[in-house]
Design a protein around this ligand. Sequence first.
Ligand code: 13P
Length: 255
Amino acid sequence: MRTPLIAANWKMHKALKEAVDFVGRFAALASAGSMEIVICPAFVHLAAVGEICQKHGIKLGAQNMFWEATGAFTGEISPPMLKDLGVDYVIIGHSERREHFAENDRQIARKVKAAFQFNLVPILCVGETLQQRRASRTMDVIAEQVNGALSGLDPSWVRRIVIAYEPVWAIGSGLAATGSVAGAAGAWIRATIGEMFSLDVARAVRILYGGSVQAENIEDFLRETDIDGALVGGASLDADNFARLVNRAQEAVTA
Ligand code: 13P
């Protein structure tokens, strides 16, 4: 049984007070049941947000990290630094990092490996651009990204990974994928992992959908066999709104 997971990616939003206040309000309104909830604030707010999250059984995630443990890498944050702050999850290879910071599959693979080495669970993001979808390259692109990030890894690590299918055209656009488009991508990701590792590993991996997820459409995604949750951007920024989304998700997974 895979535990459903809803993760909030706050990106570069919120001042410290707003970030801290969010958690108490959200926790008062949301019933996550058996689902896992992860909040990924900006690096500088991890400590403060993490402290309150812990009280409410909410997991803490980072939005990125570097692969080295220490060294002369000005401005970077290492896996053990995150671990020290109580971080459990780390988003790796988000399309915004691929696009604006030129992250490539080789760098992403190093980050995924480093996350596992330091006992952090990577949330690996994959997904095609609109141009790639129009050229019918979606499945090739996803398989390349999964292969690029995971090949050569220990299967006992890979079974713990979370993969977020986030089509670039659906992020922040209000144009979410349909449940069946997300479900097909999820099935394809699982099949790819099955081929690379084993059926058993593939069955253990949690796959999320991300891209314009709202309280109104979360059920469409959770209905899909190969979708185990969501990575939520815009709709995770307001506590009431995110609690509504989580409550709907909880109803959907227990239905
Ligand atoms: P939106 O939910 O705002 O489309 O963002 C999705 C995302 O990029 C989460 O990582």
